[in-house]
Design a binder for this molecule. Sequence first.
Ligand SMILES: Nc1ncnc2c1ncn2[C@@H]1O[C@H](COP(=O)(O)OP(=O)(O)OP(=O)(O)O)[C@@H](O)[C@H]1O
Ligand SMILES: [Mg+2]
Length: 261
Amino acid sequence: MSVILEARSVSKSFGAVTAADNINVRIESDSVIGLIGSNGAGKTTFLNMVTGYLKPTSGCICFDGRDITRLGPRLITRLGICRSFQIPQLFDTLSVRDNLLVGIGIVVSAEKRWKQAATISSAPAEAVERMIKRFDLQPYRDMLAGTLPEGVRKLLDIAMAMIVQPRILLLDEPTSGVSAEEKFALMDLVMEAVRKQRVTVLFVEHDMEIVTRYTHRVLAFSEGRIIADDEPEAALNDPEVRKYIIGETLHVKRVSDHAAT
Ligand SMILES: Nc1ncnc2c1ncn2[C@@H]1O[C@H](COP(=O)(O)OP(=O)(O)OP(=O)(O)O)[C@@H](O)[C@H]1O
Ligand SMILES: [Mg+2]
């Protein structure tokens, strides 16, 4: 398998805080990677640097052999790296369908003309209907995003990232705020879409059941460093991971997540 994303000696500081400390990682095409780590470990910072929202203090990030370290978020999106957020970024006063149209529109306006949008092969309305079906959003199609249950909001946010046919999808805590009953159904839908569209996925997750079930490989972050990079079972049994990540911090976060739903 070919390497689609590579971080070389990537570091990021915010004043005295080191949010990324010499990150070296190579991600293969079509793989599903779980990013784990306790609060403040640097997971979101890593996603922010890959998507251009933050610039590393040093080091470089390559996508498909091209150095993207200094590119802006919009250009990186157009190249094929898309993301969803820890808190879904939706237009609450628009319907599900119109949110998806906006998702396409961001790329289209950047490309000036629809036909020039290299990453999209069919007309907008068809692409929207395909995503609505793929993510089981038919019952919510004409509802305003602001009225949707949290699990559906998460799905819509992910569908908005997938509609532009990315090569890499980055998800920040896709199951947080989603009930225990709904979380597997949500991940099944996302993974099915990912397989169909042949997308490489990196997702941040605090729920080890989800990590174990859906990932091929786990990157474990602690204080800005990657302390384990391995297949899920090996990574989750790593002594440092058990000591620093699968400890009380993680447990508390998961319990509070569930309490909030
Ligand atoms: N824009 C910023 N300005 C200053 N400090 C920041 C900024 N973004 C992140 N940090 C700090 O960098 C560290 C890593 O934060 P990050 O958000 O990447 O953690 P995380 O692993 O995503 O945590 P969580 O599980 O809570 O989402 C933290 O100490 C955080 O306070
Ligand atoms: Mg985070």
